[in-house]
Design a protein around this ligand. Structure first.
Ligand code: WTA
Length: 629
């Protein structure tokens, strides 16, 4: 546990009592009593929520009694896409706006539930015509647009397993994921827009699929209609146009796979986190509705990207399952100017706004002027996700964006958990610096390595002690890596976050316990960056650490040992960084790069990143007896 020194987040500056207004139409009165009750009737709690959705056949049992190896709603048949679209058409929402798309050029498009249903259904027919069958993988490498959401939903509709790769990743990162998921079809677009520039996706996708004969077709959304497509390529909207029939929603078993999403771990190879149908659907439906205290007419904006779990659960599936209007934004938060997001909040009268602390800190730097120019009075709830929100950022977000009337709903969760697990409810008190308390039915604690609960305010491992429906079911093609989550602290699910718990059960998250970085709310494995550095011919060895960063939470610093015959220089450093950009993508580029003669290692040859980090930050180093030199 190397990060106790970062426990400055622990300072509790104040407790913020909920405003009576926010309790209006709340889904529950008293958290403590409902939570206690939910622990006693876990299955009843979830069964009731599941019953609000459509099932072709009702489940036989809610939960199979296991934690590791948990299965939910077995025997039940449903379809997530059906519940996102068809069910809402049946509820009379055909002409309601499902997705508002906006970008940094302030171009907009709105799709009603009816239109989205038509698009998804025809795309699903098209995918079937390309030979995609239930259980086949489809990889989606798309900008944050309705087309990406439609592609995900079309897969869900026919039982294909989607795997979305963030469009900010580049060639090698994409290749590794394609190689692992073995998709029959890859869906991409010609480009995405960022800071007024077109970022080419098609060349990257073409390059990445080249060596994989199992990829039979590349579906390309040709945004400007200018591309000449090859024989194994088909245009996205041509595919939609050629297939007039809305494919019926496949009756899926509750435990049939829904998607694979790759996330970083401690080794260089990303983990394919697998989620299944029924439990995930019920979990994200419930948490979107409850945690943001949604109202039917809400316009909701989660600023994440579909390439991450937040985009899956809380841009696409959660909001659509709840039949509300979800905003998708393509572009940077501060381009063409730092007022763009607040302009859009004003324009679309956004009620629920959900973003990451890194964005809040970015806006803090630009000052209060920008948000003050716009009318943000439509906001009712503002959320936070991805990393701990420090009390200063919390205060600014609450005061400047929320106008001291909107609760800040902090939500702790992971790609693996699928849904929020710990949160600050909109109608309970908040403690800035603390993520909050568990969602109903889920038990969490802070323990030592042996699993013994620690006294209040001591730093230890966060663990989850009981199952929840949206939990991941395995790591694709790698069950040992799934097992590992239950082995760090025996018997519990260990997310590998360090945390503390106070006397009232509020959990503060202090950061990762493993070699995973959290840069601007994105999980990046040190090993992944190190192997990208090694792709440069001059690099003999590399080690990567995270350094505290005022805006991004952490920034990447690389230590590089050069091969004999290479001399350190600014130019070489720049070249090496460019290699990381090409191989992994801009988000993984080390901001600092230092050439060193050698790296500190243990006797067994493992790089001591902790030592590098301590030295870098001028901290004391703990026990070094396992060190070689
Ligand atoms: C961190 C993103 C503190 C944490 C949803 C976790 C947070 C990792 C919070 C998962 C939060 C996420 N407060 N830390 N509210 N939310 N984290 O899989 O370290 O991309 O383990 O999922 O982000 O990142 P992932």
């Amino acid at each position: 546990m190397g990060r106790e020194k970062d426990a400055n987040l622990l300072k509790v500056e104040k407790v913020v009592e909920p405003k009576p207004l926010c309790g209006d139409g709340a889904r529950f009165d008293d958290y403590e009593s409902l939570y206690a009750e939910s622990l006693k009737s876990r299955e009843k709690f979830w069964e009731k929520l599941a019953s609000e959705l459509h099932w072709f056949k009702r489940w036989e049992r809610v939960w199979n009694g296991k934690f590791k190896g948990a299965r939910w709603f077995e025997g039940g048949k449903t379809n997530v896409c059906y519940n996102c679209l068809d069910r809402n058409l049946k509820r009379g929402l055909r002409n309601k706006v499902a997705i508002i798309y906006a970008n940094e050029r302030e171009e907009e498009r709105k799709l009603t539930y009816g239109e989205l249903h038509e698009l998804v259904g025809r795309l699903a027919s098209g995918l079937k015509r390309l030979g995609v069958r239930k259980g086949d993988r489809v990889l989606i490498y798309m900008p944050n647009t309705p087309e990406a959401a439609a592609a995900m939903l079309a897969c869900a509709r026919i039982g294909a397993v989607h795997s979305v790769v963030f469009a900010g990743f580049s060639r090698e990162a994409l290749k590794v994921r394609i190689g692992d998921a073995e998709p029959k079809v890859v869906i991409t677009a010609t480009y995405t827009v960022r800071r007024g520039k077109k970022v080419d996706l098609l060349s990257t996708a073409r390059e990445a699929v080249k060596d994989f004969p199992f990829v039979e077709k590349l579906v390309v959304w040709d945004r400007d209609g200018e591309e000449k497509l090859g024989p194994a390529e088909v245009e996205f909207y041509d595919l939609v146009a050629e297939n007039r029939e809305v494919a019926p929603a496949e009756e899926m078993d509750a435990e049939d796979p829904l998607f694979i999403l790759y996330t970083s771990g401690t080794t260089g190879k990303p983990k394919g986190v697998l989620h299944t149908t029924g439990g995930y659907m019920v979990g994200v439906y419930a948490t979107t509705g409850w945690d943001f205290n949604l109202k039917d007419d809400d316009v909701y904006w989660c600023t994440a990207d579909v390439g991450w779990i937040t985009g899956h659960s809380y841009i696409v599936y959660g909001p659509l399952l709840n039949g509300i209007t979800t905003v998708m934004y393509e572009g940077a938060p501060n381009y063409p100017d730092p007022g763009i997001w607040w302009r859009l909040v004003e324009r679309y009268r956004v009620n629920v706004f959900y973003t990451a602390p890194t964005a809040v800190r970015l806006f803090m730097r630009y000052g209060e002027d920008y948000p003050r120019r716009y009318d943000l009075s439509s906001l009712r709830v503002i959320g936070s996700v991805g990393e701990p929100i420090n009390p200063e950022a919390w205060e600014w977000y609450y005061r400047v964006i929320g106008g001291e009337k909107c609760p800040v709903v902090d939500t702790w969760w992971q790609t693996e958990t699928g849904m929020h697990v710990i949160l600050t409810w909109p109608h309970t008190k908040a403690k800035p610096g603390y993520a909050g308390r568990p969602f109903f039915t889920v038990e969490v604690d802070v323990v030592d390595k042996e699993g013994n609960p620690l006294p209040p305010n001591r730093v230890g491992y966060l663990v989850i002690k009981t199952p929840w429906p949206a939990m991941f079911r395995t790591v694709w093609k790698n069950p040992e890596r799934y097992d590992r989550y239950w082995e760090v602290v025996k018997g519990y699910y260990c997310p590998e976050d360090l945390a503390t718990k106070d006397e009232e059960g509020f959990i503060a998250i202090l950061g990762r316990a493993d070699d995973v970085l959290n840069v601007a709310g994105h999980r990046i494995g040190t090993a992944e960056v190190e192997s990208a550095l090694l792709e440069h011919p001059a690099v003999a060895e590399a080690a990567v650490i995270g350094k505290p960063d005022e805006i991004k939470g952490e920034r990447i610093k690389a230590f590089v040992v050069l091969k004999v015959g290479y001399e350190p220089s600014e130019k070489l450093a720049e070249e090496i960084r460019r290699t990381v950009r090409e191989v992994l993508g801009p988000i993984a580029v080390p901001e600092e790069l230092e050439f060193v003669e050698k790296l500190p290692k243990t006797r067994s040859g493992k790089i001591m990143r902790r030592l590098l980090r301590a030295r870098e930050l001028g901290q004391e180093v703990g026990d070094l007896s396992t060190l070689e030199d």
